[in-house]
Ligand binder design. Structure first.
Ligand SMILES: [Zn+2]
Length: 397
């Protein structure tokens, strides 16, 4: 796969370049790039995947065939090599994506915190632009998400048996203009993939009587493995990665079904798919398994806060572009709105990302990776423990 390393042109730089053109040429070009789609016909799917770490995807350089459909999707747009979560667990990060604000601003940092109903969300922007915003997402049944005002739950699409709620909704609503947020739970603990993926990727799983208590824990029905409750043995990391890869393969199959569904309804080239995560996942990289709310003792190592971020819109976005610059979850909302040609509401803390081809990679370090504005990321000082004060209030997501 050949990709160009590109940089993001800061809006100020775009303005300066445009101002020079105004002085010396007619007609003056716009200082802003044209929206790739525009509000007239563009649909948007925001796919957040729980606990997916980018280094287990082929398009991020993984050497095992876990993600052919995700890789193909990434070819149709932009891939951000260095995207990071605002938090080490689900709810604060998701809220940052959906409001483009840091956790101390949106205020949903611990269990029981509820989004201020006055906080502008991405759903408000799309609804005001005439889009359907379906409520088909299991996360929306959690009280902390009440302030998002997505719309009434459409329970007929829910299922415990599969993750295809969105596909069923598209079958019934493909003639609507829609912004659909869907949170996929596929790679979250427990690591129990389908039989085919397990046989392909988890062949090192030993018989039950020879499994460590740690491996038994990640396969159990419990969604948490608190630090200190299970022991891992030498060789368990390869087993864990195999189990995780099998789940990634099942997630990839979902992405394949989603793209096939869009194609079936003639929507593939008029639907922006944004693929990202709430946070990453530790797989014994530093002695633990999971993330803050499942380990109940969080770290901010890269494996927990680094996330994939892909914008795919074949034929409408510049295709096959890798962005090296560091970006954050709060940048997702303004970028989506910009591509859709919808005005940005005031108060967003993220920036719209406008990749442009370049011969050199840019790398602008930005703060705010720990869920708190003042907490920066340092390459040589990344082991920052957070949430120990609220350990008792974290579980399961
Ligand atoms: Zn999560």
């Amino acid at each position: 796969m050949s990709r160009d390393l590109i940089k993001i042109i800061p809006p100020v730089a775009l303005f300066i370049v445009a101002a020079i053109f105004v002085l010396f040429s007619e007609p003056p070009p716009s200082p802003e790039p044209e929206p790739a789609g525009g509000p007239s016909d563009l649909n948007v799917i925001l796919l957040t995947v729980d606990s997916i770490r980018p280094d287990h995807l082929g398009c991020y350089g993984y050497d095992k065939p876990t993600s052919p459909n995700i890789d193909a999707m990434a070819e149709g747009g932009w891939l951000f090599e260095n995207a990071f979560s605002q938090s080490a667990w689900t709810i604060p990060g998701i809220m940052s994506i959906l409001t483009s604000t840091q956790p101390p601003v949106h205020g949903v940092e611990m269990r029981g915190d509820v989004l201020d109903p006055a906080m502008p969300t991405i759903f408000d922007s799309f609804r005001e632009a005439g889009y359907a915003t379906p409520n088909i997402n299991f996360l929306l049944t959690i009280p902390e998400f009440a302030g998002l005002r997505v719309g009434p739950a459409e329970e007929k699409y829910y299922s415990e048996a599969d993750d295809d709620e969105l596909l069923r909704w598209i079958d019934d609503n493909h003639e609507s203009k829609f912004f659909a947020w869907f949170h996929h739970r596929g790679v979250h603990l427990p690591y129990k993939a389908g039989d085919e993926a397990m046989s392909t990727f988890a062949s090192e799983l030993p018989p039950e009587e020879r499994r460590s208590s740690g491996i038994k824990a990640v396969l159990s029905s419990a969604a948490v493995v608190p630090v200190g409750t299970a022991e891992f043995e030498e060789g368990d990391r390869a087993i864990l990665e195999g189990l995780y890869d099998a789940e990634v393969k099942d997630l990839d199959a979902f992405v394949g079904r989603l793209r096939a569904k869009l194609s079936e309804h003639g929507l593939l080239k008029k639907t922006l798919i944004v693929f990202t995560a709430d946070h990453g996942e530790e797989l014994l990289d530093h002695g633990f398994v999971g993330h803050a709310s499942t380990m109940k003792a969080a770290t901010l190592y890269d494996e927990v806060i680094r996330i994939p971020l892909i914008f795919s819109l074949p034929g409408r976005l510049p295709e096959g572009l890798d962005v090296d610059e560091q970006v954050q979850q709060i940048d997702v909302m303004p970028t989506i709105l910009d591509i859709a040609g919808i005005p940005l509401p005031p108060g967003l803390q993220g920036r719209r990302l406008v990749p442009e081809p370049s011969d050199e990679g840019a790398n602008i370090c930005r703060p705010g990776l720990g869920g708190h504005e003042g907490l920066g990321r340092r390459e040589d000082e990344r082991h920052v423990r957070l949430y120990t004060l609220c350990r008792d209030r974290l579980d399961g997501l």
